[in-house]
Design a protein around this ligand. Structure first.
Ligand SMILES: NC(=O)c1ccc[n+]([C@@H]2O[C@H](COP(=O)([O-])OP(=O)(O)OC[C@H]3O[C@@H](n4cnc5c(N)ncnc54)[C@H](O)[C@@H]3O)[C@@H](O)[C@H]2O)c1
Length: 302
């Protein structure tokens, strides 16, 4: 098998590239990454081909024509949700995706791409794939447009296989380079490991469906077997609030630190996320294995 992973030097993409190489040693894996948020050190030990380049560079993507990828995992994107330059966001997250879909169409590759729970905004809970999408920022809007593009492409090209995975809040090893865009779990652990009281928005009651990166990698691998085109949630179905995360971290890190609350500066903020996981179970056979306690333990003890 020939596999292309865009954004393969990023948090999720690098884990995926390394896991695929480990599990399927005879497969040829190519990583394409613009090395903007991601970094080469994330894929230390990677044996495949690394192409440094940008997905919105049509000429570069077209030059991959002869590679005949069986699967394309499309992870590359601007992932900083605070960037409000919509034009830049769309150029990378949509024009780039379009180039990848066109490449896949020419080579008959199956595409598995990263969407996001951001598309639901402060919508109904638990969040179902069929509900109204209410993006709250340019990033979330780009993921709504990506899902629309995937649906249009699949409709116009009946032979294409395109699977969208709406990740919820992913955490785990390899996210440090994301800085302020890394998960709340990482942000809080960094402060607590330094013996500081963890700072969170008043009053720590915001809830998230945190999903461990190992589960997300599993979902991507299972999606390669999906029989029908779909866009599905990848979460645990469980919510934990930020106070709860601090309690678990105190236990795992052996600390006794109390939260320090401050005002939320954002006008638009997702207060809760929770995946309805039924469709992922039905169409991919995917169910997250790690509870939040197990994920955090695995993250900080391994
Ligand atoms: N981490 C999460 O909680 C989460 C949640 C929902 C969706 N997602 C999506 O999952 C995917 C992976 O995110 P991540 O958390 O690993 O973030 P990340 O920032 O670590 O990874 C993104 C990768 O894409 C690369 N990239 C950015 N612009 C590019 C371009 N123009 N051309 C080529 N490469 C480019 C970056 O260098 C980076 O390596 C993204 O599509 C993101 O939107 C992530």
């Amino acid at each position: 098998m020939r596999i292309l992973i865009t954004g393969g030097a990023g948090f999720i993409g690098a884990s995926l590239a390394l896991e695929i190489e480990k599990r399927f040693p005879s497969w040829q894996v190519t990583v394409l990454d613009g090395l903007s948020s991601g970094h080469i050190r994330n894929i230390g030990g990677f044996k495949g081909e690394l192409i440094e380049g940008r997905v919105e560079d049509e000429e570069l993507i077209n030059s991959l024509n002869g590679k005949n990828f069986d699967f394309i995992h499309h992870q590359a994107a601007i992932t900083d949700t605070t960037i409000d330059d919509e034009e830049r966001m769309m150029r990378v997250n949509i024009d780039g995706f379009k180039n990848i879909l066109n490449l896949a169409k020419r080579q008959n590759s199956k595409v598995i791409y990263a969407s996001s729970a951001g598309v639901y905004g402060n919508g109904l809970m638990p969040m179902k794939e069929s509900q109204r999408l209410v993006p709250l920022n340019a990033y979330a809007l780009s993921k709504v447009r990506a899902d629309e593009l995937a649906l249009t492409f699949a409709k116009e090209n009946k032979d294409m296989k395109i699977i969208g995975l709406r990740y919820f809040n992913v955490y785990g090893p390899g996210e440090e380079h994301k800085g302020k865009s890394a998960s709340m779990i990482w942000q809080l652990a960094v402060q607590m490991k330094k013996g500081r009281n963890p700072r969170i928005f008043k009053y720590g009651e915001q809830e998230r469906d945190f999903v461990y990166v190992k589960d997300v990698i599993e979902a991507n691998i299972m999606a390669m077997e999906a029989k029908e085109n779909c866009i599905v949630n990848i979460g645990t179905g469980q919510m934990t609030n930020f106070n709860g995360i601090i309690e678990i971290l105190n236990e795992v890190l052996g600390t006794h630190l109390k939260p320090e609350y401050f005002d939320n500066p954002y006008d638009f903020y997702q207060n809760q996320t929770q995946a309805d996981t039924a469709l992922a179970v039905h169409l991919l056979g995917f169910k997250a294995k790690f509870s939040i306690e197990e994920g955090i333990r695995d993250y900080f003890f391994v």
